[in-house]
Ligand binder design. Structure first.
Ligand code: TGC
Ligand code: FAD
Length: 394
């Protein structure tokens, strides 16, 4: 069995950030870590290599409470706080960014908008089934010609009796080929962005899979194509304008800020162990200053990101976190994780490019994570806008 599949991961907490967590956070983290060790690590390299989504994990993700952990219990969700949500995402992404994506999309991009913008009837109808994984959802915002600028979207709805007729196409949609429902954002006749729950078996809906990805290979990505789809009015959200979809992104970006630290920890942990075990010039390579520099810088950056996340989570629990703070954390932590993956790959030498170790998989995954939920550049511009008051997007 390969080194990766045996999952020898040890947690690293250089600044005792665990002391800032409560018992519920630690219990949630241990439960998800154990699940990842048992269910994800042994299979993920194979699924990734075959570019196949391990859809059987949806059930297990639901059982460990990974879908909507901070949404209320009365809808079958976890009722936990935002830090618990964060640590769960961290542990999932320690396993694989694609597995964290399965949970992020379902919880933050499908269940959260139904909870936040849906009617009580919509909540009762969908949330319990999404929490148990009986229904799988996806989130359609990005279009072929409108990625960073969703405000330019051309997918649209036209009122017709008791329904809206939906036409258009969405691109790069995680889970769309396997989804039962889609949260779709489209422009109405007055030009306002509206959200709706689209059942995937409605006539005129299709979701062709996007093939050929070198990143997030264990996650399924597709298009969403709508041809004269009649969406009943009862499926619409009340919210109007871009703040609808962008609020969902804030929720998911928060989870990614935590998740990226999980991927970084896995790469660091593997590099540290390798540096102690690999002998060159009759010494463990960890004894050479150049390797120590890499490892010391990796754990320094991981520690800074852990502290940033803890503060982000605390602000989120107090209802004080701003979208711009979330953007800064997402941007910093994902770029940090990618740097850690690259350094870790070097420490593993040639072995670092093989599937004996998780490094290349994390590195390739993180290229997507750097781009989705707002690119590295867009998050920098969000910070720039926030601190100067001047918009440099357009
Ligand atoms: P702008 O004028 O700035 O804002 C429009 C309205 O939205 C409000 N707002 C937010 N609200 C909550 N959270 C946020 N993060 C928000 N950002 C903005 C804003 O206050 C305003 O409200 P109001 O009441 O005044 O109307 O909009 P803009 O068109 O200028 O856009 C700004 C920009 C570029 C930052 C935004 O478009 C953006 O974030 N672009 C990036 C697009 C993106 O992130 N797409 C992600 C697609 S989903 C995805 O990738 C899922 S991956 C899933 C997985 O597998 O994990
Ligand atoms: P573009 O917007 O075309 O950007 C190209 C480059 O131009 C980037 O480097 C960008 O930073 C830069 N750029 C753009 N505008 C500016 C500017 N104003 N100033 C400076 N530089 C700029 N979307 C969904 O809706 N739902 C999903 O479930 C989903 N899942 C995804 C899964 C995967 C695997 C991937 C790869 C993407 C997913 N996305 C999803 C889409 C993702 O959010 C977009 O890819 C992302 O927002 C960027 O859009 P784009 O790819 O069109 O790039």
């Amino acid at each position: 069995m390969s080194a990766n599949k045996t999952d020898r991961f040890q947690h690293h907490d250089y600044f005792q950030v665990d002391d800032l967590l409560d018992e519920n956070h630690l219990l949630a983290r241990e439960a998800v870590r154990a699940w990842v060790k048992q269910e994800v690590s042994p299979i993920i390299e194979d699924y990734s290599e075959r570019a196949e989504c391990p859809t059987h994990l949806f059930k297990g993700l639901a059982e460990i409470g990974a879908f909507g952990p901070s949404l209320p219990e009365k809808y079958g969700c976890g009722g936990m706080d935002e830090i618990a949500y964060g640590v769960i995402m961290q542990e999932l992404e320690r396993g694989d960014s694609g597995v964290r994506s399965m949970a992020s999309v379902q919880g933050s991009l499908v269940m959260y908008p139904i909870f936040k913008f849906g009617t009580e009837e919509q909540r009762q109808k969908y949330l319990p089934k999404l929490a148990t994984g009986e229904l799988i959802g996806c989130f359609g915002l990005t279009e072929p010609d409108h990625g960073s600028n969703p405000g330019g979207m051309i997918t649209h709805i036209v009122e017709d009796g008791d329904a809206y007729v939906l036409n258009g196409a969405k691109m790069w949609i995680t889970n769309s080929p396997v989804a039962d429902v889609a949260i779709v954002w489209a422009r109405d006749e007055s030009g306002k962005v509206r959200g709706m729950i689209v059942e995937m078996d409605l006539p005129g809906v299709s979701a062709p899979e996007i093939k050929g990805k070198w990143s997030l290979r264990a996650s399924v990505t597709g298009e969403l194509v709508f041809e004269d789809v009649r969406v009943p009015k009862s499926q619409m959200f009340e919210v109007k304008g871009l703040k609808g979809p962008l609020s969902c992104l804030s929720k998911a970006r928060y989870g990614i800020a935590w998740g990226a630290v999980g991927a970084a920890l896995d790469c660091y942990d593997s590099a540290l162990r390798y540096s102690q075990e690999r002998i060159q010039f009759d010494k463990p390579i960890g004894q050479f200053q150049l390797q120590q520099k890499k490892l010391a810088e990796m754990i320094t950056e991981i520690t800074k990101a852990q502290l940033l996340n803890w503060r982000l989570g605390t602000l989120a629990n107090q209802g004080k976190v701003t979208p711009a703070q979330i953007s800064m954390a997402k941007r910093n932590n994902v770029a940090m994780a990618l740097d850690v993956a690259r350094e870790s790959r070097q420490i593993h030498g040639g072995m670092g490019i093989t599937n004996e170790y998780p490094i290349m998989r994390h590195m390739m995954n993180l290229e997507t994570v750097l781009t989705y939920e707002g690119t590295h550049d867009i998050h920098l511009l969000i910070t720039g806008h926030d601190i100067t008051g001047l918009n440099a997007f357009n």
